[in-house]
Design a protein around this ligand. Structure first.
Ligand code: BG6
Length: 465
C-alpha cells in the first residue's frame, strides 16, 4: 500500500528560521528579526529595535542564504519531490510599503527555485510565514490596519508574476488561526496590544483583514496563472474530550470553532453560522460590507494545508474549554508534547468531512535534542519511529477513509531555529546542523540515521516504512 502517483513527499522550512542574511542585499527587518530566543531560563522576548551584542536567532539562522545549494543537494539525495519554503516579504519589499521591489531579493529566490527545479523538486511557497515587514508594524499597527491588505496584494502580485513558471503551489499565511489562539500573536500577525485595547476585537479585525488579503490574492493568482493552486494554512491540533459528559462535548465544540472560524471563511468563502457563533462568544461585532462578501466568495482557496504535531484533551469549565496537554493514553515526548499518530488520521478525517477539498500536511515532526556520538553519527531511532507511525496513519486515511491527501512535508528536514523558543537544540531534521542555542558552531551539516530512512520512504512512495 503506497501513496498515489504524484504524492508530494518532501520537507518544510520558513525563511526566518533558516536563511539568516537578515540585513543582506537590501533586505529590511521582519517581525522575526527582533525576537530574541529564550536563553538560560530567560523567556523569548520581543525587542523594539535591534540591540548591539544581543543574539537574535534569525539573523544568521543556519545560513541557508549562502548554503542553499549544499542543502538542496542533500534534499535531492533524499529524493524530495517538493520543498515547502517561504519568501521573506521584507527581502522583496524591505519596508513593506516601498514603491518598487528589491531586485536582489527577487534574484535570490530565482536562484533557489532554479536550484530546486534542477533536481525536479517543486517549490511550495508560503507568502508570509511570520514575516511581516517590521516597518508595517511600527508605522501602521500591522494587520489591525486594512492598509496592509494593499501592501500584501502588491507583494503577492510581484512574486506571482515573477515566479509564475516556477511555482504552482502557494499558501497565503502560515498558521493564520494562531492570530486568535495565541495570547500574544506578535509573530503571527505583528500585533501588540495597548493597555486599554480590547485584544479580542483587535484579533478579529486583524484576522478579517488577513481574510480579505488572502481572498484577493487567491483571485489575483488564479488570473495570473490559472494552474496555480493556492491554499490556506492552519495549525490543526485535534482535541479529545476528557470525559463523556455532554459538557465536555460542548467544550470540544468551543475549542474547534476557533480553528474552523478560519477555514470556514477561507474555504467556504463566507462567514458561516459557526463564525457568527464564535464572534458572539468573543463578544465582538464585525460588519462585513457587500464588497467584502464578494471578495471572500471570489477568493476561496484550492486546498487546506495544515501543521500537525500533537493532540490535546479538553474539558468544560464555566462555558469555556480548558486544555490539558497530557493524555494518559499517550506517551509524552521531549518539549512536553504528546506523540499521537492516530491523531493525524483524526485530523485528516475531521478536516475532510467538513470541507471536502484536498488536504496537504505541510508540517509534522518531532523535536529531539540530538547528539553526535563517538562515531560521528546521530542515531535518531525515535524520529524514525515517529515518522513511520504517522505515515502509516496517513495511508489509512487515504486508503480506508478515502481522504484526499496531496502531500506530506516534514517540518525542518534540516535542523533550524525553533519558532517558539529560538533554540537550535530543538531539532527536527534528517540533517544535523552544528550550532548551539547561543549561536556557536561551525554550521557544518551531518546526515542523521533518519536521512537514509526517509530516502527509502520517498523512493518507494510510502511503501517501505
Ligand atoms: C509551527 C510553525 O507552528 O511549528 C513553524 O509553523 C515552527 O514555524 C513549528 O517552527 C515548530 O515549532 P517550534 O516552536 O518547535 O519551532
Amino acid at each position: 500500500m503506497n501513496m498515489k502517483e504524484g504524492f508530494l513527499f518532501g520537507g518544510a522550512l520558513a525563511a526566518n528560521q533558516c536563511e539568516g542574511g537578515y540585513n543582506l542585499d537590501g533586505k529590511g527587518l521582519s517581525i522575526a528579526d527582533v525576537v530574541r530566543g529564550s536563553q538560560q531560563g530567560i523567556p523569548r522576548q520581543v525587542d523594539e529595535k535591534i540591540h548591539e551584542g544581543v543574539y537574535y536567532p534569525s539573523h544568521e539562522a543556519i545560513d541557508f542564504y549562502h548554503r542553499y545549494k549544499e542543502d538542496i543537494a542533500l534534499f535531492a539525495q533524499m529524493g524530495f519531490k517538493c520543498l515547502r519554503m517561504s519568501i521573506s516579504w521584507a527581502r522583496i519589499f524591505p519596508n513593506g510599503d516601498d514603491e518598487i521591489p528589491n531586485e536582489c531579493g527577487l534574484q535570490f529566490y530565482d536562484k533557489v527555485f532554479d536550484e530546486l527545479l534542477k533536481y525536479n523538486i517543486q517549490p511550495i511557497v508560503t507568502l508570509s510565514h511570520f514575516e511581516t515587514p517590521l516597518h508595517l508594524v511600527e508605522a501602521y499597527g500591522s494587520w489591525r490596519n486594512p492598509k496592509l491588505i494593499d501592501f500584501y496584494v502588491k507583494y503577492a502580485n510581484v512574486v506571482f508574476k515573477r515566479y509564475k513558471d516556477k511555482v504552482i503551489y502557494w499558501m497565503t499565511f502560515n498558521e493564520i488561526n494562531e492570530t486568535m489562539n495565541k495570547k500574544d500573536p506578535f509573530l503571527q500577525a505583528g500585533l501588540k496590544f495597548k493597555e486599554d485595547e480590547n485584544d479580542k476585537k483587535v484579533k478579529v479585525i486583524a484576522s478579517h483583514n488577513m481574510f480579505i488579503a488572502s481572498a484577493k490574492v487567491v483571485d489575483l493568482g488564479h488570473r495570473i496563472n490559472p494552474n496555480f493552486k493556492i491554499g490556506c494554512m492552519i495549525q490543526y491540533t485535534p482535541a479529545y474530550t476528557k470525559t463523556c459528559h455532554p459538557n465536555d462535548a460542548l467544550a470540544k465544540r468551543f475549542y474547534n470553532i476557533q480553528n474552523y472560524y478560519y477555514t470556514d471563511v477561507m474555504v467556504k468563502g463566507e462567514y458561516t453560522s459557526l463564525c457568527y457563533s464564535q464572534l458572539k462568544r468573543l463578544g465582538v461585532d464585525l460588519t462585513i460590507s457587500k464588497e467584502e462578501q464578494e471578495i471572500l466568495k471570489k477568493g476561496k482557496v484550492d486546498y487546506i494545508a495544515f501543521s500537525y504535531y500533537f493532540t490535546y484533551v479538553v474539558s468544560y469549565d464555566e462555558n469555556q474549554f480548558v486544555i490539558d496537554k497530557k493524555n494518559k493514553y499517550l506517551q509524552t515526548g521531549q518539549w512536553n508534547r504528546t506523540i499521537d499518530p492516530i491523531g493525524l488520521r483524526v485530523a485528516l478525517n475531521e478536516l475532510y468531512d467538513r470541507y471536502q477539498v484536498p488536504l496537504f500536511i505541510v508540517e509534522n515532526g518531532i523535536p529531539l535534542d540530538d547528539k553526535i556520538d563517538g562515531n560521528n553519527e546521530i542515531i535518531d531511532e525515535e524520529r524514525i519511529a515517529f515518522f513511520r507511525n504517522h505515515i502509516m496513519q496517513i495511508k489509512k486515511a487515504i486508503h480506508e477513509d478515502f481522504v484526499n491527501v496531496i502531500g506530506y512535508t516534514t517540518w525542518g528536514p534540516i535542523d533550524i531555529v525553533s519558532v517558539s523558543t529560538g533554540e537550535m537544540n530543538k531539532r527536527y531534521g534528517f540533517i544535523y546542523v552544528d550550532k548551539d542555542n547561543s549561536g556557536k558552531g561551525t554550521l557544518q551539516r551531518f546526515k542523521k540515521k533518519s536521512f537514509s530512512w526517509y530516502k527509502k520512504v520517498i523512493e518507494s512512495n510510502g511503501e517501505c516504512l
